[in-house]
Design a protein around this ligand. Structure first.
Ligand code: SF4
Ligand code: SF4
Length: 245
């Protein structure tokens, strides 16, 4: 993020966006495939990027976060490509998580606000590159209404103050449409008022989504695929099955 959000504006966002994404502790389902660490809390998979005023707010509240130091050519490139108003940061790790001091990116993961070609914010789409690792992307039916409401309200608050962030999310949506067209797969979207939608490949037309559109990915396709993946990672099966329906 890069625009006119002040530290106190991020505090407002944090105060208003506290809902849990679901009633499941989904980190227990993805961590066995990632050396015991929830995937989205591990900078080797996802590096949190914040607006500098957001980091200012966090620094005043906690010592949980520090500036991220790139570890290889890829992460150096990610940091080099950031807009000057943004920075990459890293927390002390999932064991030390402070719920109130999670970034907006932590709270929203794996979702981003999806804009149609006509620039309408219709709901929540996912950062698709995590589909092979993030349990939630294969189980979007668990997402709570309260989370959806707070997510949309938080981003609308940000967009009202920071048009560049809105542009960034429009570009993200357009890039997702290109991937959908290449793969000939619709984009699954949680509608801002509940229910599921899909943006069709080649054009992005929005239609209602049905049970056939609720696709599972990678190790989350079947209990057997999951057990095999956990074994390959020398992980420990979670006490609760990740296959919940
Ligand atoms: S959001 Fe996805 S990656 Fe993050 S803890 Fe939950 S299942 Fe894992
Ligand atoms: S603050 Fe919490 S949710 Fe965010 S990356 Fe760290 S451990 Fe994960």
């Amino acid at each position: 993020m890069t625009g006119d959000m002040r530290p106190e504006d991020f505090k407002t966002v944090y105060d208003r966006f506290q809902a849990s994404v679901s009633r499941f502790d989904c980190g227990r389902f993805c961590a066995p495939l990632n050396n015991g660490q929830p995937v989205c809390c591990d900078t080797s998979h996802a590096i949190p990027v914040v607006d500098k005023p957001e980091f200012e707010l966090l620094k005043g509240r906690t010592d949980l976060w520090h500036r991220y130091k790139p570890v290889d050519a890829n992460s150096r490139q990610i940091v080099a490509d950031l807009h000057k108003g943004c920075m990459a940061i890293e927390c002390k790790g999932a064991r030390f998580c402070e719920r109130d001091n999670r970034t907006l990116a932590c709270r929203a993961f794996p979702f981003y606000p999806y804009f149609t070609k006509a620039n309408e914010l219709v709901g929540l789409a996912t950062y698709w590159i995590f589909a092979d690792r993030c349990w939630l992307i294969s189980n979007m039916q668990v997402v709570e209404r309260k989370f959806i409401r707070e997510f949309i309200a938080a981003y609308e608050y940000v967009f009202d103050r920071d048009p560049e962030e809105k542009d960034a999310m429009r570009r993200q949506s357009a890039s997702h449409r290109r991937v959908a067209t290449r793969n000939n797969q619709p984009i699954l979207i949680i509608g801002r008022n509940g229910g599921f939608l899909k943006a069709m490949p080649r054009g992005g037309e929005i239609k209602p989504a049905g049970p056939r559109d609720m696709v599972r990915h990678g190790p989350y396709k079947s209990p057997r695929a999951y057990a095999r993946a956990v074994k390959e990672m020398d992980g420990e099966m979670p006490k609760q099955s990740p296959f919940i329906d």
